[in-house]
Design a protein around this ligand. Sequence first.
Ligand SMILES: [Zn+2]
Length: 492
Amino acid sequence: MGLRVYNTLTRTKQDFVPRTPGRVDIYQCGITPYDYTHMGHARQYVFWDTVRRYLRWRGFEVFCVQNVTDVDDKIIAKANERGTSPAEVAAEYHEDFLDVMDRLGVERPDVFPKVTEHIQDIIRVIEGLVEKGYAYQVDGDVFFDVTRFPDYGKLSRRSPDEMMAGARVEVDPRKRNAMDFALWKASKPGEPAWDSPWGPGRPGWHIECSALALKYLGSGFDFHGGGDELIFPHHENEIAQSEAYTGQEPFARYFVHHAMLNVGDAKMSKSLGNFFAVRDVLRQYEPGVIRYYFASRHYRSPASYSADELEAARRAYERLRSTLDAARRRIADAGRTGASGRASQAPADDEASSAGSRGDELSKAASEAREKFIQGMDDDFNTAVALAAVHDLARSVNDALHSGSEVSSGGLRRAVDTMEELGGILGLFREKEEGAADSGLMDGLVELLVQVRGELRAKKEWALADRIRDGLREMGIVLEDTASGTVWKREK
Ligand SMILES: [Zn+2]
């Protein structure tokens, strides 16, 4: 069975059929940079990063477009408050977004279009809508006439009354219908403005996504992503504008909406002021912990943000990583001591056969984990199941390491590689790449001390041996003497 995805358009899980075989085109609604990027945003971009990594791993070519709404009422308000320009405000918070996303290991989109650099593209679409009779201008403003698009409401499945209530419609006697929304806004004094056939002004919010998606992806692309709060009116309006403009449907084949991140009973948002900036959370938790926290929840389940939840994620992630570390050390040991060491390279004779069967078990566990991971991700990107598969494999590795018997390093290596490969799709275990040089040196030094301590113990130099153990413990490194030798781990 292949990938199935919950599509808001149909309210069902559907088989994923790409527009172009072997390729997936994605559009995501991007940020409006007027404040720091918070954990609610991170949920979206981490999720889509995982989707992109997964689809690529499954052999798809993946292409992702994500806009930046760098002109907006809130940006203008903040600039006025500070006495700077909207461009400066947008640049500052866009920079924060890039920085924290890089640190979370979120790959940048292939195209990252800024609205202010695409005004002509947007004007062209508005002109087309006016020509076709879907839009009209009044005093330098241009509105979309929702009654001209019979399918209006098909995504949100709301009645006109419900839509009225949900849209917080601005009362404007110049509009033909209360639900009509602005495509172009005549500029007020002191606001950024661009020339247009309707006079100086700036684009409305909804039209930018239609224009940018159509420019870079064309009609009928695969995934449109965004938070479920955008279903109405934003995505409803995107569909109306785009399908009216092109005369083709669908605008996007699958609308994929993630649930909000809540704090208590309210969604985390800039406008409510109850948000946790990613940059602050990153001071306390490493990126892998944050990725773990998001991966442990299905994207369509509302999640509640709290310090306890993050702590739980940290502990669980540490467990995974200490298993990986221990397994890597065992493999490195085997490499140093050769086939006669505690972990043998290959079962060459009878003595090694138990190591061989342990290794076979680990190879089997790795295959099972891979299968479960794929099943989870193919079932509407269920990262919680995928993460559980990594945990299952870690448990097998742990059992093998602590069994007291030999483990063939072939099986162990396969298990470790699989953990890293699958974890990597979820954005885990990247610390290795980042601090590879430092942590390699650190591990080497600890290994050396552990070996020296072993030699001291063999000579019954207990005081010195204990001094090494106690000193390491003060640095957060715990030694454990087992039947198969001394193992060490980082304590947090
Ligand atoms: Zn959008």
